[in-house]
Structures are given as structure tokens and as C-alpha cells.
Design a protein around this ligand. Sequence first.
Ligand SMILES: [Fe+2]
Ligand SMILES: [Fe+2]
Length: 337
Amino acid sequence: MATNNCHAFDLLSNQISRQKKYAWDLERDLPWELGVDPDKFLLPLDENAIVFPGLDDELRLALSQFAGLFVNTAISEMEGVIDKLRDCAWRECLRRNPVNPELETLGELFFDEELKHSRLFKRFNLAFCDRLGIDPKYLQQILPQTFGSRFLDTIIDNAKDGGHAFWWVVASVEEVSIGVFRQMASEKAGIDPLFFEVHRRHMEEEMRHCNYAFLILDLIHKRSKNLRQHYHARTDLILAQTSSSTWLLGELQKMWRVQKMGSLHPFFTRLVRVVPHFKRISPLKLPHILYASSPYLSLFLNLRRHPLTLAKAIQTGTPHLPMPRPHDLPVLAKSLS
Ligand SMILES: [Fe+2]
Ligand SMILES: [Fe+2]
């Protein structure tokens, strides 16, 4: 078990060795030659197909593929954000609070790995477009983006002000990535093999470095605090929760754009046919589905699905928004008929 103590330099040194030894290469170590199987699921779906109940087999497949591309892009964009904060949220923090060279080296590895992961998911989405003959620029119109978003501006402004909302976001995203793979693992036979391998490889490195955000949160918690730092310690997790969930829900709305894209490709045509099924969900049930039972969206949105992050918040007395109790649903990567 990796340490969350930023002063445990011997354990940190061991972790550096492990990360270097087992790091994989984006080009060499992934089976890109497999290409994407257009008849396989990407992400398994629950019976309600996340929020679109009553889909036939063809539409379940299309939604599973869209969900896989959406989750890939959401993780890729958030891990791309990580690199943009390298100076203002990390180097500056270590400059103000020097600890040991191991924490710095692990940070370099962490940022490099996340940038590689961001490229990994983009690369898969391009392979999907290539196999199905979809122009990536059309697909991009219905997928999330952080560039120019209020979320990115908020997190950068917070870091420049000495806050650490960024590290709370990172801690949660690490748990999302691992949780997504856990949802897939039992349904491997029905999942596109390249997609599965992309997430398996990603999960491996996530498991090795997922303590890094907690090491920095530990450092921030231990340092002496002035009034501004006390303010950030009380508000930054709430800021992280609200800015990231507002971003995700806003980006999810891009899916409705597909209604004008049906003529561009059969994949979009099928997604257009998915949309009317959304109306079968009661508006009263929708918040519970989004925050508690949807296998992927609730994984992003609900802090109670991030047990390590929640435990850190409780341990440090950090205020956070209350969330509903998660409700796990079985997921399947095959047709229902
Ligand atoms: Fe990652
Ligand atoms: Fe990570």
C-alpha cells in the first residue's frame, strides 16, 4: 500500500522505483493493431441504459459506445487539465513548502503519466473514428472539453490564490478512473478488447500513483496556515465539487446536439434515435439516477463514490457537499434479448 505521508521518504523512494520500472509506453505497449470492433460494447450498461430506458439492442450498443467515448474524453480532458496546473498548483506549492526530493520526483512522474493518459484516451477515440469512418471533428462536437471552460479558469484562479481545489479534483478523478475499470472488469467478454486494454493499462498506473494527490493534501494540511489558507482549507473541496460537477453536467448537454447530426453518419443516426427515450425518465427520479445509481455519471459526481477522498476530507475536517448514498446497479456488456 502506497503511503499518504509526504515525509516517508524511504517509502516514496520505493514508489519512484516501482513507477519507473513498470511504466508502459503509449505506442509500444498497447495493441493498437487490434483496431476497434464496431460490434462490441465499450462500457457495460445498467438495465436503464444509464438514463435511457427501453432501448433495443442496436441502440444499447450505440449508447455503450457513446458512453465509452464520453468517459474517455472526460478523463482525458481532466487529466489534460492536470498538466496545465503543473506550475501554479504544484511547483509553486513545493517551492513554498520544500519537503524532500522524492516528493518532487514523484510529482514529475505523476504529471508525465497523466499527460500520457490524456493522450491514450484521445488516441483510442481516434481509433474508433478511424474504424467506423467518422470524422473526429463531428464526434468532438458532442464530447466534453475543458479548454476555455469556467471550470478550468476557476481551478487555475484558485491555485494562483494559494488554494488547492485542484488537488481535491485530482484525488477524485483518480478514484473515478479506477472505478470505471472495476465496472468493466466483470464484463470483459462483451467489451471491445482494445478499449478494455486501454483502461486496464490506465488503471495499472493509476493504482501506482493514486496516492500523489493525497501526499500533496497531506503537505498542505501540515503546513502552518495564515488566514487565507484557513479560508481555502474550509472552502476548496466544495469549490472542487461544484466546479467539476457543473462542468460535467454542462458538457453532457452537448449530446443533444446530435439531433442535428443524424445525416452525417449511421452512428449519429442511432444516437438520434436514443434521445427520445430520455423522456421516459421521470424528472423527479433524474437527480437520484445521475448522483446515485448511474454507473459512470454518479462515479464522477458523487463524493461518496470516492471513498479515499471522502476519508481524507473527514480526517482533515474539510467541509464538503452532502451526497446521496450510492446505489449500485448490475451492468451488462451484451444485448438483453
Ligand atoms: Fe490517469
Ligand atoms: Fe492518475
